[in-house]
Design a protein around this ligand. Structure first.
Ligand SMILES: Cc1cc2nc3c(=O)[nH]c(=O)nc-3n(C[C@H](O)[C@H](O)[C@H](O)COP(=O)(O)O)c2cc1C
Length: 223
């Protein structure tokens, strides 16, 4: 597979098939992703991989917390800017609208939206659920490194015919994730990553999100 094929065929999948993923393939993906560049070669990523009953236990623990009215302490980092400039606000709203339209959840249907949101915690039924963490003392540079690592995981998954969905939703329930996986207090839960074989016929999996044209974010200096 060409790199561009991996890049262009990667998209966030939100319906996975139950088909198991070979552990050797997961190891291959992680080992290759660890070739990521990182500032000073610190390799600051900490990865927790759940599958089988362990994956189910993690999901069940979060569902149980939600059912008990626990909305989670929230992420330990700013997932979004504190103030949304109009351009970013518009992008976020557009993707939300597109996704919920495909799902057939009408605007204002809070119950329908919550039901879909909760699917995050089942890793959208993917058989493999990863949790990416970073040590608390790490700087912005190491958060960049972790982002690169996350992307490499997602792209390498494509080479094995697998799909992914990165999930900041897990950072909201970091207290449960921490307890279930024994994650030490000196680590911050960045996000989850669903990994599995996507259902190509599932409507939400057909969402091709938009991108701004090059000139909107690139400044050239040529002369
Ligand atoms: C760090 C990160 C966290 C994300 N968290 C979630 C999430 O919790 N739930 C979800 O459904 N999608 C999540 N997404 C997926 C984004 O919505 C998606 O990447 C974006 O809309 C672009 O679509 P694409 O991934 O299909 O290209 C996340 C993406 C990133 C990079």
């Amino acid at each position: 597979m060409r790199v561009s094929e991996a890049v262009n065929s990667r998209r966030s999948m939100r319906v996975f098939k139950a088909d198991p993923v070979a552990k050797a393939d997961i190891e291959w993906i992680i080992a290759n992703a660890s070739r990521s560049a990182s500032n000073g070669n610190l390799q600051p990523w900490k990865l927790y991989v759940t599958m089988g009953p362990a994956r189910q236990r993690l999901s069940a623990a979060i569902q149980k917390a939600m059912d008990a009215g626990d909305n989670g302490p929230g992420a330990e980092y700013d997932i979004y800017p504190k103030v949304f400039a109009p351009v970013y606000d518009a992008r976020r709203k557009l993707v939300g609208k597109q996704l919920y339209t495909l799902l057939g959840v009408p605007r204002g249907d809070a119950a329908g939206m919550l039901k879909q949101f909760k699917k995050n915690y089942d890793f959208f039924d993917a058989p493999v659920g990863m949790i990416l963490c970073i040590e608390r003392g790490m700087g912005n540079g190491q958060w960049i490194d972790c982002g690169i690592f996350l992307d490499q995981l997602m792209l390498l998954a494509r080479e094995k015919g697998l799909h992914t969905c990165p999930q900041a939703a897990f950072s909201r329930f970091q207290h449960v994730v921490r307890r279930e996986l024994g994650i030490p207090d000196d680590q911050i839960v960045i996000c989850g990553l669903a990994l599995g074989y996507a259902d190509p016929d599932a409507v939400p999996n057909n969402l091709i999100t938009e991108r701004a044209p090059l000139q909107d974010f690139t400044t050239w200096f040529e002369a």
